[in-house]
Design a protein around this ligand. Structure first.
Ligand SMILES: Cc1cc2nc3c(=O)[nH]c(=O)nc-3n(C[C@H](O)[C@H](O)[C@H](O)COP(=O)(O)OP(=O)(O)OC[C@H]3O[C@@H](n4cnc5c(N)ncnc54)[C@H](O)[C@@H]3O)c2cc1C
Length: 307
């Protein structure tokens, strides 16, 4: 190890670090957009001690860090992120059904789809709305992922978070504000695990709802091209997709990025799109919708590495 290594570098270069450390890792490999320049470090923390040691070292050194789940709601700058991108590994990927048989506790690194399937296998209803939503449980909780009328926060009993300088806390659902694709978690709260309350139901009923949701998704979304799902939040009482469509923006292109012809709130990567292309198209859509309807669209997609 270089004699001048900082404590953070020493930690990351230590072969005993419980996780995986990648240097200059292209974020295009970790986002559903398939877009994004390199993270200075991309680190999978496999245990709580690895995670807390890493975050504390970042805080001490004033090194920027960012949590990433499956990158399904993320646009990373072409220049990448000059800091540590952290994702949750092994010890955050477990789940168990509680003794009451009606609630599931799961690590934030578990795929949301795995929780949905586990609930279905156990004839537990309440997560059908989430079928087909990519991403981890941690990302879903942070975003309060959901459909038009259901969201994951409404199923939460408790969430365990770690905050550098504060420590680990178990929050009750009522300690968190669950808004439309928004939550009151602090920027540096790392979601570690949660407990979800579900209801016993007939598996045919659960399967029926899941299949109907999947069918609707396949019929209305451009699932054959990389995207981040809906780019914009729906304004109150309105549909962002409808406004974008009415403004005649479907099919509008900027480099390799295009407003989907299938779903106007999706901007797809038609191949080789840069983050700058997507960003410029987002600005174009916002400007045109504002010109046409006086409505300011706000983004649901999260940005990383932009100045
Ligand atoms: C095809 C497609 C369809 C989609 N459909 C839907 C849908 O129906 N409904 C919906 O709500 N969304 C949808 N999305 C968006 C996306 O899948 C969700 O927002 C998802 O919950 C994000 O999870 P993720 O793990 O990929 O998070 P990421 O994109 O990796 O991160 C999202 C945000 O969460 C933060 N974060 C991630 N993990 C943690 C953690 N452990 N602790 C603290 N913060 C964390 C990140 O810092 C970032 O701010 C869709 C996306 C795609 C590509």
């Amino acid at each position: 190890m270089a004699a001048h290594a900082t404590p953070l570098e020493a930690l990351l270069m230590n072969p005993a670090f419980d996780g995986e450390v990648m240097l200059a890792e292209p974020m295009s490999a970790h986002t559903t957009y398939r877009i994004g320049g390199p993270a200075r470090w991309f680190v999978r923390a496999d245990s709580l001690s690895a995670l807390t040691g890493l975050l504390d070292a970042c805080a001490n050194q004033r090194m920027s860090w960012a949590m990433v789940g499956r990158g399904s709601n993320l646009l990373v700058a072409d220049s990448g992120f000059d800091g540590v991108v952290v994702t949750l590994g092994r010890d955050f990927r477990a789940f168990r059904v509680q003794e009451d048989g009606l609630s599931i506790s799961a690590g934030a690194g578990v795929l949301l789809s795995a929780v949905v399937q586990e609930a279905f296998k156990r004839s537990l209803a309440g997560l059908e709305f989430a079928v087909g939503t990519p991403g981890n449980l941690g990302g879903a909780l942070r975003m309060n992922a959901g459909s038009a009328d259901e969201y994951i926060g409404s199923r939460v009993v408790s969430v365990t978070v770690y905050t550098p300088g504060v420590g680990m806390r178990k929050l009750q659902a009522s300690d968190v504000k669950w808004g439309y694709r928004a939550t009151s978690f602090a920027l540096d709260d790392v979601i570690l695990e949660c407990e979800l309350a579900l209801e016993g139901a007939d598996p045919f009923f659960i399967r029926g709802k899941m299949e109907a949701n999947l069918k609707r998704r396949k019929a209305s979304q451009p699932l054959d091209l990389p995207s981040c799902g809906s780019v914009f939040r729906n304004p109150p009482g309105e549909s962002a997709a409808r406004l974008i469509d009415k403004a005649g923006l479907k099919g509008t292109k900027c480099g390799g990025a295009q407003v989907s012809n299938k779903h106007a709130n999706f901007i797809v990567n038609t191949g080789g799109a840069s983050a700058a292309d997507v960003r410029q198209l987002i600005d174009t859509v916002k400007a045109r919708v504002f010109e046409s309807y006086g409505i300011q669209l706000t983004t649901e997609v999260r940005f990383l590495g932009f100045r």
